[in-house]
Design a protein around this ligand. Structure first.
Ligand code: Z15
Length: 818
């Protein structure tokens, strides 16, 4: 039976009782942190009952389930999310209010679990939310990093990285499960023995190993009693006891094992869309893949006896190439631990694993040096060699005489292990994350593979959860929508379509814009408290928040701001609607160009914000430490959403959808999921600019783009570029931004200048912004555009995405819950 949250009155008492029993304090004397912990336990009580029920039904109904394999789960804070999904948010809010406490301050005590970098990790979290809400059995499998995504401090305009010690105090929503520990082995060598029956036995020796311990986190569905599990793995040495003994021979090994365990899960690599190829990263990958597969097979064999039928109950979805070792490790477990021969093991593996590609950026494609790979994973390497041998035979048979092709497609080539090639070879499904992205995979970046296995390729356009990004982040708009069209949209976002009936209703449009203004005031206060900058809530809030990457073109945005500033200064009388440009972005710690762009944004802000002569027409704000928790407020307050990547480079984008859900209007390129937003919205409700992906790809192919031509054509560009290097924005060090200038204009030996076509799209971007200015001045017209965005957002729910994964790839059974 589904357990419900207590009533407001009961909650008041329970929270007070908890504070007393946990901290031996009267409520009046408790700190906000203690109240948060008490609330977490009150909510946990309900969650745990539902978790137990779900797991019992799971055993009884024996449905097929998905293991979502991912190096990242950017789940964000759970207290608020769980209260919403258990339908007790308002009750807890009221209970706390009756006790004289603001729920926001309590939620703010929770560390923001940041076990991910950006889009890819957040997508995994939205998927788990939707799976539970749609009642599909699912496990998230990942790593319990002791330090998640770093906290960003801005110091003198520069980014500084501060470790994110989220486990400093006990995290209330995780549960250690020591009963599901498994050993994971690294290094050593493989010996083989021929058996009397003609088979070969492989014996792994001389290895170091760690014990993998899972921590389970509950993933609650919305109002349905379903609770799935996110298992994140931590490592501990297995030899601690022997270390204390006098077995001298083992002492050194024990020390090695301890160090291995200590480093393994210490920290998340802070790169988004970029791979460093460090051995420790490969260790992390194997560690969580091996542990997760062992647990999955164990669970399967507890209730079934025929391992050949594993694909009927289990599917492993590989989130990008990071967990591709799933292929080889599953083969190893099936053969070496469960006695299958190669062909049977391959039959099972290729029916259990599927692969999602999230990028076409070359620097994000994982390739491991063969020697590192072989040294760390000797048995796995043997298996990869055999997979590769058979795969190359298959290519030769299909395309006789095309040796070039075999070389291009091989898993092992040029001294490297190519993870994407292995994922495609073994996976029964290969999907992109937006329609355009999937077409580019098929026609360009994975064309060889598409020719070989056209039936494997399919598209699954990304989505987001409306529970977190509207109900929790923007409760004012959420309540308003409920008043207008009821509650159906909470689990069926296509019902937002009903809002179209309000598009010509002046009163509704006014209410809608009043809510936006309230949300802008909330953000303005946040900005004042954190940045000391007073921004006008009546100005246009134009927002770009996402990881800092050159292809995402934050540089185009800030160059345009510099241009606007020049215009306003040169033509003080010009008609300009006051605009606040808001940025938020973390740069990977070693990404110098990206870090310099952060500094540029801050310096431009410092000059513009302090220039009294422009009458507050322009403000530039850089929000420090952009993360899930402040993102929710930022989306709610945005008028304009900047989605301006170089066409073809952003696989999908998901921030674009979160803005749309909150009634912001997009200025964007025809890239990623922007294309599908455009299709849903019609051209009047979105501002599209810039080159198409075909044009970009053609320029890249023909090498016929010269940014100097763009500069020579356009005096505005000339002026802005000269201001990059004349000290305008860096008086003490005029050369500071020279690297940015050079990246736009000076052809390096390795790369063309202006790799991401910033100058090429500049003029068209300026025009699009002029149209926004025009549109915003007509307040009613703007309201209609913004509300149209909410009304047409239905497609972009992760509920829709998950249903497509289930129908086309996973074929899961729903769990029945009373
Ligand atoms: C990442 O955040 C994404 C792709 C990657 O390959 C890596 Cl390593 C990290 C992003 C894409 O850039 C973004 O366009 C997409 O929306 C997101 O994954 C989820 O699919």
């Amino acid at each position: 039976m589904k357990r419900q949250m207590p009533s407001t009155k009961e909650l008041e008492r329970e929270i007070k009782d908890r504070v007393k029993s946990m901290f031996r304090k009267d409520f009046e004397d408790a700190t906000e942190e203690e109240i948060y912990r008490a609330c977490a336990e009150v909510v946990n009580d309900v969650v745990i009952d539902n978790w137990l029920t779900t797991q019992k039904e799971f055993v009884k109904q024996d449905p097929k389930c998905v293991y979502y394999m991912s190096m990242e789960f950017l789940i964000g804070r759970l207290l608020g999310n769980n209260m919403i999904n258990m339908r007790g948010y308002t009750e807890v809010m009221d209970a706390l209010a009756n006790l004289g406490v603001d729920i926001n301050l309590i939620e703010d005590q929770e560390p923001d679990p940041a076990l991910g970098n950006g889009g890819l990790g957040r997508l995994a979290a939205c998927f788990l939310d939707s799976l539970a809400t749609l009642q599909y059995p699912a496990y998230g499998c990942g790593i319990r990093y002791h330090y998640g995504m770093f906290k960003q401090k801005i110091n003198d305009g520069f980014q500084e990285e501060v470790p994110d010690d989220w486990l400093q105090t006990r995290y209330p929503f995780e549960l250690q499960r020591s009963e599901y520990e498994f050993e994971v082995k690294f290094g050593g060598w493989v010996r083989y023995e021929n058996q009397p029956d003609g088979s070969t036995k492989y014996i792994h020796e001389g290895y170091n190993s760690v014990i993998a311990t899972p921590y389970d986190m509950p993933i609650t569905g919305f109002d349905n009693g379903m609770v799935n599990t996110l298992m994140i793995w931590d490592a501990k040495p297995k030899e601690v006891f022997r270390l204390a003994s006098f077995e001298r021979g083992d002492y050194n090994k024990a020390v090695e094992d301890m160090n291995l365990a200590r480093n393994l899960t210490e920290v998340l690599y802070p790169n988004d869309n970029h791979i460093q190829g460090k051995e420790l990263r490969l260790k992390q990958q194997y560690f969580f893949v091996s542990a997760s597969l062992q647990r999955a097979i164990d669970k399967y064999l507890r209730y079934h006896n025929d391992i050949m039928r594993l694909p009927e109950k289990v599917v492993f979805q590989m989130n990008d190439t990071h967990p591709t070792l799933t292929v080889a490790e599953l083969m190893r477990l099936l053969m070496d631990e469960h006695g299958l021969g190669w062909d049977d093991a391959w039959e099972v593996t290729t029916h259990c694993v599927a692969y999602t590609n999230h990028t076409i950026m070359a620097e994000a494609l994982e390739k491991w040096p063969e020697d590192i790979f072989k040294g760390l994973l000797p048995r796995i390497y043997m298996i990869v060699e055999e997979i590769n041998r058979r795969f190359c035979e298959e290519i030769k048979a299909k395309f006789p005489g095309d040796d070039e092709k075999v070389h291009r497609m091989a898993i092992l080539a040029d001294g490297q292990v190519k993870m994407a090639h292995m994922a495609i070879c073994a996976g029964f499904s290969v999907n992109g994350v937006a329609a355009l992205h999937t077409e580019i995979l098929k026609n360009v970046s994975l064309h060889d593979f598409y020719e070989m296995y056209p039936e494997k390729f399919n598209n699954k356009t990304n989505g987001i959860t409306q529970r977190r990004f509207l109900m929790h982040g923007n409760y004012k708009l959420s309540d308003w929508v409920i008043k207008k069209i009821g509650r159906g949209w909470i689990t069926d976002l296509s019902q937002m379509e009903k809002l179209t009936m309000l598009l010509d209703d002046k009163k509704s449009l006014q209410q809608f814009m009043d809510i936006k203004l309230e949300n802008k005031k909330r953000l303005a206060k946040y900005i004042f408290d954190h940045n000391g900058i007073a921004v006008d809530p009546n100005s246009i809030f134009d927002v770009q928040v996402k990881r800092l990457h050159e292809y995402k073109r934050q540089l185009l945005n800030i160059l345009h701001v510099m241009y606007l500033y020049n215009q306003i200064k040169e033509h003080p009388e010009m008609d300009f609607y006051p605009t606040t440009f808001i940025f938020g972005a973390k740069a990977s710690a070693g990404y110098e160009n990206a870090k310099l762009i952060i500094k540029l944004i801050n310096n431009v802000g410092a000059v513009i914000n302090n220039d009294k002569s422009i009458d507050n027409k322009l403000k530039v704000v850089f929000i420090e430490d952009y993360r899930v928790s402040n993102a929710e407020w930022i989306f709610a307050a945005a008028d304009v959403s900047e989605q301006i990547s170089t066409a073809s480079k952003e696989a999908s984008g998901t921030g674009n959808m979160k803005f749309m859900l909150n009634g912001a209007v997009t200025i964007g390129t025809m890239d990623g999921a922007n294309v599908e937003m455009y299709q849903e919205l019609g051209g009047e409700n979105i501002f599209i600019f810039g080159m198409s992906s075909d044009e970009v790809i053609a320029h890249e192919k023909n090498h016929d783009y010269n940014p100097v031509d763009e500069m020579n054509k356009n005096p505005h560009i000339q002026k802005v570029l000269s201001q990059l290097v004349n000290g305008n924005y860096s008086i003490d060090n005029p050369e500071l931004f020279r690297p940015i200038y050079n990246s736009l204009l000076n052809t390096q030996c390795t790369e063309r200048a202006d790799t991401y076509f910033v100058l090429k799209d500049f003029a068209s971007y300026c025009e699009a912004h002029e149209k926004i200015q025009e549109a915003y001045k007509d307040r009613e017209k703007w309201a209609r555009m913004a509300l149209s965005n909410v009304a047409h957002v239905g497609k972009f729910s992760s509920d829709r995405t998950i249903q497509e994964y289930v129908d086309d790839i996973w074929h899961l059974d729903k769990l029945e819950l009373k």
